[in-house]
Design a protein around this ligand. Structure first.
Ligand code: HXC
Ligand code: NAP
Length: 266
């Protein structure tokens, strides 16, 4: 983890719940929030991934709790969020990073394949927001959902993920509208291609990486740390009047549309 530009201890006294916190971008965010002083709860299906990330957080002096559960089950998620709020004496931050994705042509994607991604990404994010509402409303709070540029850029082989992430961005604006009066800010971060992640391992078959990087205006993939900085900004007092926003962290890749993925169609 590289050093943050934000002042150390920025989030002391806060508690955060991170879905998808066991790996990749979600784990990076959990570590960053913990390094800034927040107590963090990690949720994902596989306990061993959560435990590894929690151990890293604790080895660095932070506080972490693990909640193995599936975001598609409102009951499991609500139980985990209630338990985290109880353990930490409240909850001020929710990060939705849990997601599922793969490359698939729409013409052969099964209805269940489409539904699975919608249920994990979109329904899972709503489930977490809804279950966290009562806790976030107590002292004011902040939600950040991790979306993707596919939400707005029509992208081949990504109809399922694009529809799910577009739904999350629309939900972000709707919840910001409804929950501003409850002291809850609701925002999203839309990363472009991020290096060393499961997402890019799934979306960039071997051999296409150099070509993909050349199509990004900044000529490189982003880093997990760069996504973490954007999230830290949004949950911090620096963003006290920011709600309903989607912050692109994509090196400008959305400016050029779906070019790189069109090449993957052959
Ligand atoms: C076509 C596929 C498929 C594939 C699964 N399915 N993989 N269809 N191509 N590669 C279909 C299955 O055939 C099945 O439909 C349905 O999806 C559900 O599959 P299951 O394996 O039963 O689902 P489940 O166990 O719930 O797993 C969900 C999953 C899985 C999304 C399919 O891949 C997963 O758990 N992923 C989590 C990790 C992940 O994806 N991380 C990357 C996030 S990155 P049928 O009809 O056969 O029953 C990301 C990048 C964003 O989002 C953008 C970057 C630029
Ligand atoms: P990742 O490591 O696979 O992260 C996804 C996490 O979600 C995993 O920890 C996974 O853990 C969890 N998850 C999946 N299905 C779940 C379910 N049903 N219930 C609970 N947890 C579930 O992939 P990543 O690339 O870091 O992606 C993280 C986020 O960034 C995602 O929202 C993704 O869409 C977004 N994003 C990534 C990129 C990129 O370049 N990587 C770009 C844009 C957006 P379990 O399998 O243990 O459940």
């Amino acid at each position: 983890m590289s050093e943050s530009v934000f002042r150390p201890g920025l989030l002391i006294g806060k508690a955060a719940f991170v879905t998808g916190g066991g790996s990749g971008i979600g784990a990076g965010i959990a570590k960053r929030l913990a390094a800034q002083g927040a107590k963090v709860a990690l949720l994902g299906r596989k306990a061993e991934k959560l435990e590894k990330t929690a151990a890293e957080i604790e080895a660095a002096g932070g506080v972490a709790r693990c909640f193995p559960a599936d975001v598609r089950s409102y009951e499991e998620l609500a139980k985990a969020i209630d338990a985290a709020a109880e353990a930490f004496g409240g909850l001020q931050i929710l990060i939705n990073s849990a997601a599922g994705n793969f490359l698939a042509p729409a013409a052969s994607l099964s209805a269940n394949g489409f539904r699975s991604v919608i249920e994990i990404d979109l329904c899972g994010s709503f489930n977490a927001c809804r279950a966290a509402f009562q806790h976030l409303a107590k002292q004011g709070g902040s939600i950040v959902s991790i979306t993707a540029t596919q939400a707005t850029i029509p992208t081949p082989l990504q109809v399922h993920a694009g529809a799910a992430k577009a739904g999350i961005e629309k939900m972000t604006r709707d919840l910001a509208l409804e929950w501003g009066r409850s002291g809850i800010r609701v925002n999203a971060v839309a990363p472009g291609p991020i290096a060393d992640t499961e997402g890019m391992a799934r979306l960039a078959p071997p051999g296409v990486e150099d070509g993909l990087k050349k199509r990004v205006p900044m000529q490189r993939y982003g880093t997990i740390d760069e996504v973490c900085e954007a999230v830290t900004y949004l949950v911090s007092p620096a963003a006290a009047y920011v709600t309903g926003a989607t912050l692109l962290v994509d090196g400008g890749s959305s400016l050029i549309g779906a070019g790189p993925f069109l090449e993957l169609m052959g």
